[in-house]
Design a protein around this ligand. Sequence first.
Ligand SMILES: [Zn+2]
Length: 339
Amino acid sequence: MTFPAVCRLVPAVVLFSGAGLLAQQPFQFPTANHALYEIGNELKFFAPTAPDKPWTTGSFGCVRSDGWQMHEGLDIRCLQRGKHDEPADPIMATADGTVVYFNTRPSLSNYGNYIVVRHIVEGLEIYSLYAHLSAVRPGLKIGDPVKAGEVIATMGRTSNAETILPWRAHVHFELNVLVNDNFAAWFKKSSPGERNDHGEWNGQNLNGLDVREILLAEHNPKGGFSLLNFICGQTELCRVLVRAANFPYLKRYPMLVLKNPVAEKEGVAGYEIALNYNAVAFALLPRAASEIKGKAKFQLLSVNEEEERAHHCRKLVVQRGGRWQLTNAGLRELELLTY
Ligand SMILES: [Zn+2]
């Protein structure tokens, strides 16, 4: 059985009825900098990693270390300066949502001070993240509802891993899927002795979507942007089979689960899963025991070699002796997904 090009689609008419045009532009810019749309002027929007580096180093994807390091968000340049030339841009919620986490001890994260907000868009749980903040808005509490465009923080230069020079001041902005509610327990078991100060709001548990593509797609004057279609339409890096039938992602993202009458009849013994290059599981096909060959808990079924050549920085799969295999990084992603 092959996957359909896109997973179960909710007809656009149903999705957007009564919601007007807003539903087609679910995400707003987190600052007043909207220069992303000025094609050719990308350096007005993105903060590159060094003055002589291209704007793409501040964008999403395998854009760091000559293509070997992932950057899971957008580095959006500062527009306003305050005292001592420090960044002063207000940071705004990208959509209506709920504050689920903030870290105000910058020494505990390479994100420095950061905020995570949960949104429900077309039924999908999506988590926006805003990093390197100088301060969270006074009085803001975890659990507070926020409106799209509501100020939640001030831009800054905080991080425990890198020195963000004043010229490069930016907000690091992500849109993510959440991998597993049990992240903290999994991390303790899989990384003994390592610290996790952020519970399930650790960046390793948030797999980023290409925010640049999303913001550009929803700006398309023809309209019709759907986040669900965007996720379902991801390019497959590889297909894996997991011998696990019950894990939180299935309940969180039921719209990404496909139909299989055989598994419905015989019972689900595992899932065939399509992953994009950033390990986002975007289509999950239930499988019956009679359809599964081999005993391994995780099996690599196929690799899209063209996609792997184009985006290989997460190193989820590797070719050894002419055969593709899951790497330790790939296995780790699957262990977390199915924990
Ligand atoms: Zn960044």
